[in-house]
Design a protein around this ligand. Structure first.
Ligand code: DX5
Ligand code: ZN
Length: 230
């Protein structure tokens, strides 16, 4: 699969979300929406009403990353609100299989995320329930943090687990992904790249998306242009 870029609106101007989304609309593959509840992570961002509003103002599919304490309760509602992908955290879900199935039943892709300190191997048996595995490359909660190199071996192991499983599961990385780190992530096997600061902190967010995609594609050994949908 060609690399896909999911710009995170956490680094955008929250008072101008529709404009910020429009700045990457023709070039990004997704819009990454970081939902934080002040419990699972020490930060509070946006929730269902904003997702429902954004849905009406951007053609980009919404990639909702739920950093919340009770994803079992809320994840299906994000799918119902129009999210195209809903990712829950393995550390927070008490019934991940049921919740992942409910996300799919509501018409969205189902994502499962692991924090830097959480091993991926215990979730190998869940891969048939998952459309995307998210390996966090920072501790979740804030944008603009430095990339954690120590997670790269886990990205490789996650790619191996996916290959062994044989199904089509995307492998996303999130946190500190920019010019300097995206190539290493692609080389380790990631194919969906969240970038907050590296896109919305740039003068030209659309050009920043294109540049990241080319670097990722070159590192993965594929073509660097096109929509990213392979
Ligand atoms: C962190 C969030 C990320 C964040 C990434 O908890 O999940 O999506 O926006 O931001 P950057 O790319 O600035 O590290
Ligand atoms: Zn995120």
């Amino acid at each position: 699969m060609n690399p896909q870029i999911s710009p995170s609106i956490l680094a955008a101007d929250f008072a101008r979300l529709a404009d910020e989304a429009a700045a990457v609309a023709g070039v990004a593959d997704w819009l990454h929406v970081d939902v934080m509840d002040g419990h699972f992570v020490p930060n509070l961002t946006i929730g269902l009403p904003v997702v429902a509003s954004l849905r009406k103002h951007t053609p980009l599919p919404l990639d909702c990353h739920l950093m919340i304490a009770d994803p079992d309760r809320w994840a299906p509602e994000y799918a119902a609100a129009g999210a195209r992908n809903v990712t829950i955290h393995a550390e927070a879900a008490t019934a991940p299989v049921r919740t992942l199935r409910m996300i799919r039943a509501a018409g969205a892709r189902a994502g499962l995320a692991v924090n830097p300190g959480t091993p991926v191997e215990p979730y190998a048996d869940l891969l048939p329930e998952v459309d995307m595995l998210l390996v966090m490359t920072v501790e979740p909660g804030f944008g603009g943090q430095p990339f954690l190199d120590l997670v790269l071996p886990k990205v490789r192991r996650a790619r191996e687990l996916i290959s062994r499983h044989g199904g089509e599961v995307w492998l996303q990385v999130d946190g500190g992904v920019g010019d300097e780190t995206i190539g290493r992530c692609a080389e380790a096997g990631a194919d969906v790249f969240v970038a907050g600061t590296a896109v919305f902190g740039a003068q030209d967010p659309a050009a920043a998306v294109q540049r990241r995609r080319s670097v990722a594609a070159a590192a993965a050994g594929g073509p660097g242009d096109g929509s990213g949908h392979g």
